[in-house]
Design a protein around this ligand. Structure first.
Ligand SMILES: CC(C)(COP(=O)(O)OP(=O)(O)OC[C@H]1O[C@@H](n2cnc3c(N)ncnc32)[C@H](O)[C@@H]1OP(=O)(O)O)[C@@H](O)C(=O)NCCC(=O)NCCS
Length: 233
């Protein structure tokens, strides 16, 4: 085999590998956007869509609809930060909630930080949208937001049986403490940097653009349907 053959063979096996990689369906891009007051109803729909076992994993108890409704009504968008991932119809497929509190409110991590504030993270993804990286992306965004907010410890509480969440937590380097069927996970965060601030700003810009496109597409589809109905009358 001469050098040209070697090159040709190497090239064709590389192309075959490329074709194989192309054949694997790639996960759609996940855009994580900060939520605001106007998302309260969508948040309620998202949480009410969780079944009892998901509610148990997310809230530590299989909360009834009335309690979930009160929880959503009480979300304080000024103190806390919520992130979401929308589908093409603007339904929330994933929600991450960063609940900020003073250091004294969480005695378990009081000694682990010198900062004034600590933060607890809760996340949920609708059943139909799982396994596409939404939970991990919400987690990454939450961590970078904490860094930029001058918080150095992110904590999360979950059941010890919640293997998926424990996998996500470990993947991101969280320290895991197991205790009587419950798990507390802590992530020490690096300080804010120009890069982390820029990264979050760019992610938010892209997610906002994506959201605006979805809003406009939904509006056009609605108009089109109205016109069709009008013609049919
Ligand atoms: C936990 C939850 C948020 C994950 O959301 P998701 O969008 O499916 O998560 P992702 O797709 O980003 O990641 C799932 C990861 O778990 C892995 N995984 C799936 N099943 C698993 C299992 N049985 N054991 C361990 N890991 C598992 C996947 O391979 C993937 O890892 P990878 O990215 O390294 O391949 C979602 O399952 C959920 O909403 N559960 C109910 C609420 C909850 O448990 N909240 C957490 C407590 S606050």
């Amino acid at each position: 085999m001469n050098s040209t053959d070697i090159f040709t063979n190497a090239f064709s096996s590389m192309s075959a590998a490329g074709r194989e990689a192309d054949a694997v369906p790639s996960k759609p891009a996940v855009r994580v956007k900060e939520l605001s007051e106007r998302d309260r109803r969508r948040l309620l729909m998202h949480f009410l869509g969780l079944n009892n076992s998901d509610r148990l994993l997310r809230f530590g108890a299989a909360l009834p609809d009335e309690v979930i409704t009160k929880y959503v009504q009480r979300i304080d968008f000024i103190r806390d930060t919520l992130f979401g991932v929308y589908d093409s119809k603007l339904k929330l497929m994933g929600v991450g909630h960063l609940a900020f509190a003073s250091r004294d409110a969480l005695p378990a991590i009081h000694g682990a930080t010198d900062k004034e504030r600590v933060v607890g993270f809760g996340v949920s993804v609708s059943e139909v949208a799982r396994g596409m990286g939404i939970g991990s992306k919400l987690f990454e965004r939450a961590a970078i937001h904490c860094r930029n907010e001058d918080v150095d410890t992110l904590s999360m509480h979950c059941l010890a049986t919640n293997q998926i969440m424990i996998h996500i937590a470990k993947k991101s380097g969280m320290e895991i403490h197991r205790d009587y069927g419950e798990t507390d996970a802590y992530l020490k965060l690096s300080p804010r940097s120009p890069g982390s601030v820029m990264q979050e700003a760019v992610e938010e810009q892209v997610a906002t653009l994506d959201y605006d496109i979805k809003v406009n597409t939904c509006a056009v589809a609605k108009l089109f349907n109205n016109l069709r109905g009008f013609k049919a009358d």
